[in-house]
Design a protein around this ligand. Structure first.
Ligand code: 9WN
Length: 419
């Protein structure tokens, strides 16, 4: 079987009809950016099915525009935290289908643009573009930190769960008040590859606090965890550009989205630390500094640095074997030089295919074609050898986390197309 056929078989195998599960057993519902990646993978192969994926995700959109990070289409599955923990139906503006109350890095407009380029469909754009516009306006209204101009996240689940950059912010959370958590993830994946029980108690504490406020803390700085996450902001900047292009394609004014993209890029640019030759991160309750996680490199995806600092980021960090680069596999989610680097644990070191995809897109944006080709080749070699798993040990390439993982397959399809 060819690599493309094997990738497609993973997506078909996880297809629940209206949405593709991230993986069969570990993640049995619809997740936001997972679906967007599936749309990118299916764009040139099965555009009708890709449109269904977009529509099913948007069924979870709240009245105020938020597209949540999870949509619980009715089906009996054993997964914690399920719809009862989120209790969305008790919140103002929640949709008919149960959802979470958090968001994910918003890849959807980028995915719809890829779909439109592969299989243009004006009627579909007229249906979904206003919903994308509402979701981006929601970010501006609900999540902007007025001081930096960047978006705030309220939970690690809004970006990269247990990434070390969140450790200090999470350490401030008092998790003593919550009941013991009922973990279903560690029934399916080795505990050493997942967040700790204490992490989960903090996660649940934050969900409870947010739920009491209808998931809308006002102001954002009131949230106990309030982080200016570089990946989410870079993803939104690109999504705003893509939304503007989609709007202009159907004769709608794209100026709000173009301006928003420019503002986000400028705000991300202001996080540059010349001495470190890298971007800093900040939590609204304290300075996180240069964190040594791959988040520090995400401004590349949005074209934030000029060519000279971009070159520096690529040579000294992204492609450097003693940092994030090939040794032999890449990209690590934490620098190998960081004391927090753990090659087996979730977002604390392993290679993730979506991160590679973002970095390849960034490299191409700058015309760094040799590095983009190298990373694309490595990524495709890794999935050929180890399958479409959730994440990979960066020295041995060993598959970790959930097997037959949809976005690893979907993004491999996209990378194969570009080769
Ligand atoms: C919590 C589904 C999701 C991804 C996230 C990833 C992981 C969930 C978990 O799985 O998060 O939402 O149980 O850890 O971190 O990026 O969307 O694949």
């Amino acid at each position: 079987m060819s690599l493309a056929d094997a990738a497609l078989a993973v997506i078909r195998g996880n297809d629940a009809g209206e949405f593709v599960k991230p993986s069969e057993r570990l993640y049995p519902w619809q997740w936001n950016w997972d679906s967007a990646f599936v749309v990118i993978g299916l764009a040139g192969i099965d555009p009708d099915r890709a449109r269904t994926e977009v529509r099913s995700l948007l069924r979870g959109q709240w009245a105020d525009g938020m597209v949540p990070h999870m949509v619980f289409h009715p089906q009996p599955v054993d997964y914690w935290p399920g719809p009862d923990v989120w209790d969305s139906h008790g919140c103002e503006g929640a949709p008919g289908v149960a959802t979470s109350g958090l968001i994910a890095p918003p890849v959807l407009a980028t995915a719809v643009r890829a779909l439109d380029e592969a299989a243009p469909d004006d009627a579909f754009l007229e249906e979904v573009v206003p919903k994308l516009e509402a979701s981006h306006r929601w970010f501006q209204r609900e999540r902007t930190d007025p001081e930096s101009g960047l978006m705030v996240i309220f939970h690690g689940w809004e970006s990269a769960d247990n990434a070390p950059r969140f450790d200090r912010a999470l350490a401030r959370i008092d998790a003593n008040g919550v009941e013991p958590v009922r973990r279903t993830d560690t029934l399916r994946v080795a505990a050493e590859e997942r967040p700790t029980d204490l992490d989960y108690r903090c996660y649940l504490t934050l969900v409870r606090w947010l739920r009491e406020r209808g998931y809308r803390p006002d102001p954002p700085s009131a949230a106990p965890f309030a982080y200016l996450d570089l990946p989410l902001n870079a993803v939104l900047a690109v999504a705003e550009e893509d939304l503007a292009s989609l709007q202009e394609r159907i004769g709608v004014d794209g100026r709000r989205a173009r301006d928003a993209a420019a503002h986000l890029r400028a705000a991300l640019g202001a996080m540059w630390d010349e001495e470190a030759g890298a971007y800093r991160e900040r939590d609204l309750h304290g300075d996180a500094g240069v964190t040594g996680t791959v988040a520090d490199l995400f401004p590349l995806y949005a074209g934030v640095p000029d060519d000279a600092p971009a070159r520096r980021l690529v040579d000294e960090h992204l492609m450097a074997p003693d940092r994030f680069g090939p040794s032999p596999w890449a990209v690590t989610t934490v620098s190998r030089a960081s004391p927090d680097f753990d090659p087996r644990n979730y977002w604390r070191g392993p290679v993730w295919i979506n991160v590679n995809w973002f970095m390849i897109r960034g490299l191409e944006r700058y015309g760094f074609q040799a590095e983009a080709d190298q990373l694309r080749g490595l990524t495709l070699d890794l999935v050929s050898r180890s399958g479409f798993t959730e994440y990979y040990e960066p020295t041995t390439g060993e598959p970790l986390g959930s097997r037959e993982f949809s976005w690893s397959a979907a993004l491999a399809l996209d990378l194969l197309r570009e080769r």
